[in-house]
Design a binder for this molecule. Structure first.
Ligand code: GUN
Ligand code: FE
Length: 436
């Protein structure tokens, strides 16, 4: 029996199953000294822990924290910029020039602190993050996450073709940089760990993809990349990797497609053998609805992914996406699925409990036991004070729905990651500035 640390009392809502919310009015969650949930119950007596301190959040809501499963920290300066281009010209004209600036660690520090602060504001306690090719700036980003007490899988980006010289790194240097970060950060159960990050097939020679696969295998590290986002990109990959039967197969041939835990952003055009391979290999999809709108990439068939049993999470994909607020990402995911439903009535649109489950328990499984309040789960939680949203007029479920649709960071009054309260991280700028 773990040592009891604290009991939190509030209106508790979470999604153990994907089609409905667990709702505990004036419920209790007991958290051990290791930051993990011991028990959740509607009644204090049933927790059998009379001596533990009870922290009463009164009429507030207690919900699992958000997970951003695909985000580019070094694109924060471009948030809301160049939203009228498709993927390939957008990368060349805006994204690559911005990422080149991260050779300068001082610039990186200012931007990375801004980025983390915004994630904190919106209650995102875990992320799967792209850095840049720069080892020093990526180390800094990892240290900032550690310092903040927020969880992250952080990737030093691998790229060596079809990019400006400033973002091209030879294979040996890429391996060396990765191994430095692995030596420093790869601890079992650490909140901040490295993830192998080939940018996407067009940016990586076969030698670099092979080296990435070997690193993932040697150190048993997870992998992230982009997959089947845009039609021109997919045609380009077919030309570059002629022997592959699909874009996904190009990763698979190098051990980068589920040989270790793998998450692929977008999958807008994934179908047929690529989908089968993802299923077989347990590859998770990071669905990024705002990015898919902004870069005019298309509509990912998330209902089909769920029907096929694929694992799915949600990503902001800053700065293809413009919004770091993951609650709004839930709304966008629902809305885009309703557009899809209008095109194909055979595929029902996504509902709120389904999308909440995708964003919390389903996404959280990439980090271990994260995203639920069931016993054994990391206590990653947010306390929501929705007093300005007239809570007295609504059921608890509608209060949560209204918070998701209408709320923002100002209603998040406590944030926890693995049982620890996460205070506001230091920024180098006026932290009064809110980016919503
Ligand atoms: N494909 C390769 N790089 C990127 C990127 O930075 N953002 C998005 N959305 N897609 C990519
Ligand atoms: Fe991306």
């Amino acid at each position: 029996m773990p040592i009891m640390k604290k009991i939190y009392k509030a209106h508790i809502l979470f999604t153990k199953e994907k089609d409905h919310f667990e709702v505990l009015e004036n419920g209790y969650v007991a958290v051990g000294a290791d930051g993990r949930v011991i028990a959740v119950s509607a009644r204090l007596e049933s927790l059998e822990c009379k001596d533990a301190e009870v922290i009463d959040f009164g009429n507030k809501l207690l919900i699992p924290a958000m997970n951003d499963m695909h985000v580019h920290a070094p694109q924060v300066h471009n948030q809301g910029v160049a939203m009228d281009l498709e993927l390939l010209p957008w990368l060349e004209n805006y994204t690559f020039p911005e990422e080149s600036k991260y050779a300068d660690v001082h610039y990186a520090e200012r931007m990375y602190r801004r980025f983390l602060h915004t994630q904190w504001l919106f209650g995102t306690m875990r992320s799967v993050v792209f850095g840049t090719i720069h080892t020093e700036s990526t180390r800094l980003l990892m240290k900032l996450y550690q310092e903040a007490g927020m969880g992250a899988l952080v990737g030093k980006v691998a790229m060596n073709r079809n990019c400006p010289d400033a973002l091209c790194e030879d294979v040996e240097a890429a391996v060396r940089g990765n191994e430095e970060l692995i030596a420093e950060f790869n601890r079992p159960d650490a909140l901040v760990r490295p993830i192998i990050t080939p940018r996407f097939v067009p940016s990586c020679t076969p030698e670099l993809l092979k080296a990435c696969g070997e690193l993932a295998n040697k150190y048993q590290l997870p992998v992230q990349s982009h997959l089947s986002e845009n039609v021109s990109e997919i045609e380009w990959v077919a030309q570059l990797e002629k022997e592959s039967t699909s874009y996904g197969d190009a990763y698979n041939r190098y051990g980068l497609f589920g040989q270790t835990p793998t998450i692929m952003a977008h999958c807008v055009w994934t179908h047929g053998s690529e989908l089968e391979l993802m299923k077989r290999n347990g590859v998770m999809v990071a669905h990024c609805p705002t990015s898919n709108f902004n870069l005019s990439s298309g509509i990912a068939p998330v209902r089909s992914f769920l029907d096929e049993g694929l694992r799915v999470g949600l990503g902001s994909d800053i700065s293809g996406g413009h919004d770091l607020n993951m609650f709004r990402m839930l709304v966008y995911a629902i809305q885009v699925s309703k557009m899809h439903y209008q095109l194909d009535h055979g595929k029902a649109f996504l509902t709120l409990p389904e999308v909440f489950w995708i964003a919390t328990k389903s996404a959280g499984s990439f980090f271990g036991k994260v995203g639920s309040f069931e016993p054994g789960y990391d206590f990653d939680a947010l306390v929501i004070d929705d007093d300005i949203l007239h809570p007295e007029e609504y059921s608890l479920l509608h209060r949560l729905e209204r918070y998701i649709y209408l709320g923002d960071d100002r209603q998040i009054v406590h944030r926890f990651c693995r049982g620890q309260e996460v205070p506001e991280p230091a920024s180098m700028e006026d932290s009064g500035k809110r980016i919503s």
